[in-house]
Design a protein around this ligand. Structure first.
Ligand SMILES: Cc1cc2nc3c(=O)[nH]c(=O)nc-3n(C[C@H](O)[C@H](O)[C@H](O)COP(=O)(O)O)c2cc1C
Length: 204
């Protein structure tokens, strides 16, 4: 199964602008913000920023926040769309869902716009996706390619990949059609023990 853009569906959406708008309008999704802990020494403050379309990456970000908070860090969890200020954090954890083989555009843009600030602190990246989950070489290569747009911009950022969730009720009509056409099934494959057990090496 592969998520390639469907020329027929995309062409229909483009040639009928009103229809295109309706087809791409997704149900509203929560992009919550959390703060774990209070004022602390800058060495203990961590920002977790995330990009989501259907909400599952936001829930993963919140779980990582809880883990780091339990380790004594003061953690802010914020959506990338809020363009969080990176000043005052000892480390940044950034995550995105995958769509069509890439991190979401707002997450890639955030890295581009904040490249120099990001390269002054340890950065760890988490990716939430459904395909290419095996340990074989083909899967691994395809999985690593999800970060091709951001990896070259960062100095040795740690990377982790988590299986995500496919929930058709949270997709736009167009995305739901694409998902059905490629044979995607609804499933929540998030491994919460693995997610909650992840601590970026720089913070371990
Ligand atoms: C239209 C569409 C395209 C997707 N493309 C990919 C993909 O190329 N590779 C992949 O591993 N997962 C792909 N996924 C799966 C999502 O990355 C996965 O469902 C993820 O948990 C979504 O995160 P979110 O709920 O935060 O948006 C796709 C999902 C949709 C709906």
């Amino acid at each position: 199964m592969t998520f390639l853009k469907s020329p027929t569906v995309a062409a229909t959406a483009v040639t009928c602008p009103g229809l295109g708008y309706l087809a791409t309008r997704a149900p509203s999704v929560d992009t919550p913000e959390f703060a774990f802990g209070e004022e602390a020494n800058v060495n203990r403050r961590i920002l977790i920023t995330y990009a989501t379309r259907a909400g599952s990456t936001a829930e993963v970000a919140a779980a990582i926040g809880e883990t780091l908070s339990a380790r004594g860090y003061v953690v802010d969890v914020k959506p990338v769309k809020q363009k969080p200020d990176l000043t005052g954090y000892a480390a940044i954890v950034m995550g995105s869902a995958i769509r069509m083989g890439n991190w979401l555009p707002e997450a890639v843009d955030f890295v581009k716009r904040n490249q120099s600030a990001l390269n002054q602190v340890p950065v760890a990246l988490f990716t939430v996706h459904m395909l290419n989950i095996g340990d074989d070489e083909t899967s691994r290569t395809a999985r690593l390619a999800y970060l091709n747009a951001v990896r070259p911009l960062l100095n040795n950022a740690e990377e982790v990949y988590f299986e995500g969730k496919m929930d058709f009720s949270r997709l736009s009509f167009l995305d739901r059609m694409i998902a059905r056409m490629v044979g995607a099934v609804e499933a929540d494959r998030r491994d919460w023990d693995r997610i909650r057990g992840w601590v970026p090496a720089a913070l371990g």
